[in-house]
Write a protein that binds this ligand. Structure first.
Ligand SMILES: C[S@@+](CC[C@H](N)C(=O)[O-])C[C@H]1O[C@@H](n2cnc3c(N)ncnc32)[C@H](O)[C@@H]1O
Length: 290
C-alpha cells in the first residue's frame, strides 16, 4: 500500500498478513463485542442527521453502516482502514445493503490525505490504539474536522480490567515466554490508551484541549459460543494468541497444556448462550476548538 508512514509499515503488514484470517474467523465475537460497547457510547456521542463522519480504522465497516443510518441521506461516512481484505468485505456488504452514503478508503490513518475542516465527527472504535503514533493520527483527524467538530473514541481500559483478554494471557505465560522485542505486532496494542491521564495528554497534544466525556463502560462479552471456540479464540487472537504465535514451535508443543488450563479457566464462565467474561472500555469525546 502506498502512503503508509515508515514507522507503521510492520504493523500494517501484520494486520494484512497475520491477523486478517483470524479476524475474519472470529468476526462474530470481535465485532459483536465491539457493538456491545459502541451501542452504549452512541447515546453520549450524539451523532446527528446530516453529520459528515470519519470512521478511523473502520475494519469490516459495521460501525460505518450504523452511523450511516444515524446521519441519513443528507450526511455521509468515510471509513479509513489499512487492511485490504477488511475493506473488500466492507464494500461488498455496503453494496449488498444498498447504502449510498458510505465510502471507504485504504490508507494509514496517521498520514492519509484528508480534506481540511470537512467532518463534523471523527469516530474510532478500537482503532487508534493500534497506530504507531496515535497522536499523529489524532492530529490528522483534527485537521479534517470542522472547528467545533467532535472526536469520539472507544478504547480498551487496562488488561487487569479486562479479564476477557487478561486471564488467558496469564495462562499462556504460565507455559510460554512473553513475546520478544522483535515480535510481529499489530502496533502499540489494545491497551495502549488505558490510562486516562496519558489519554488526556495525547488529546491535548493532538489539538483537543476540551475533553467533554471520559466515561467507563463495563460489560460482559462473549468470547466463544462454546468452550472449544473460546479456547481457539484465546490461542489465536489477543495477548495470549500473540504469545502462542511468537513462541513458534515451542508454542505448538505447549498447546495441549495451554488448552487444558484454558478449559479449566473458562468452564465457570459458560452460560447457555456462550462463554461470557467481563470487559471494560473508555468512551471519550473531545472537541476541536471552534
Ligand atoms: C481492533 S480493529 C477495530 C476495527 C473496527 N473499528 C471495529 O471496532 O470493529 C483495528 C482496525 O484498525 C486498522 N488499522 C490498524 N492500523 C491502522 C492504520 N495505521 N491506519 C488505518 N487503519 C489501521 C486495522 O486494519 C483494523 O481494522
Amino acid at each position: 500500500m502506498d502512503g503508509v508512514s515508515s514507522d507503521n509499515l510492520g504493523f500494517v503488514e501484520c494486520w494484512n498478513e497475520i491477523l486478517t484470517p483470524k479476524w475474519i474467523r472470529f468476526r462474530h465475537l470481535l465485532s459483536g463485542n465491539g457493538k456491545i460497547h459502541s451501542d452504549i457510547a452512541y447515546d453520549d456521542f450524539g451523532i446527528r442527521e446530516g453529520d459528515r463522519v470519519l470512521d478511523i480504522g473502520c475494519g469490516f465497516g459495521e460501525t460505518a453502516l450504523e452511523i450511516a443510518r444515524m446521519v441519513g441521506p443528507s450526511g455521509e461516512v468515510v471509513g479509513i482502514d489499512c487492511t485490504d481484505a477488511f475493506l473488500d468485505i466492507a464494500e461488498e456488504e455496503r453494496d449488498a445493503a444498498g447504502v449510498s452514503n458510505v465510502r471507504y478508503e485504504i490508507g494509514d490513518a496517521q498520514v492519509c490525505d484528508l480534506p481540511e475542516g470537512y467532518f463534523d465527527v471523527a469516530y474510532s472504535r478500537f482503532g487508534v490504539m493500534f497506530f504507531q503514533s496515535a497522536v499523529r493520527a489524532l492530529r490528522n483527524a483534527n485537521h479534517a474536522l470542522k472547528p467545533g467538530g467532535k472526536l469520539c473514541l472507544i478504547v480498551w481500559r487496562s488488561l487487569a480490567e479486562n479479564p476477557c483478554w487478561g486471564a488467558a494471557k496469564e495462562i499462556a505465560l504460565r507455559h510460554l515466554p512473553p513475546p520478544g522485542e522483535n515480535a510481529s505486532t499489530c502496533g502499540p496494542g489494545p491497551f495502549s490508551m488505558a490510562n486516562e491521564e496519558t489519554d488526556r495528554a495525547m488529546l491535548e497534544a493532538a489539538g483537543f484541549p476540551e475533553v467533554e466525556l471520559f466515561k467507563r463502560i463495563d460489560a460482559d462479552v462473549c468470547i466463544g459460543r462454546t468452550i472449544e471456540e473460546a479456547i481457539d479464540y484465546q490461542i489465536l487472537v489477543g495477548p495470549s494468541g500473540e504469545i502462542v504465535r511468537e513462541a513458534g514451535e515451542e508454542g505448538q508443543r505447549k498447546l495441549p497444556d495451554v488448552r487444558r488450563d484454558l478449559h479449566a479457566l473458562l468452564e465457570p464462565y459458560l452460560r447457555a448462550d456462550g462463554v461470557f467474561m467481563p470487559s471494560s472500555t473508555w468512551a471519550i469525546m473531545a472537541r476541536k476548538p471552534a
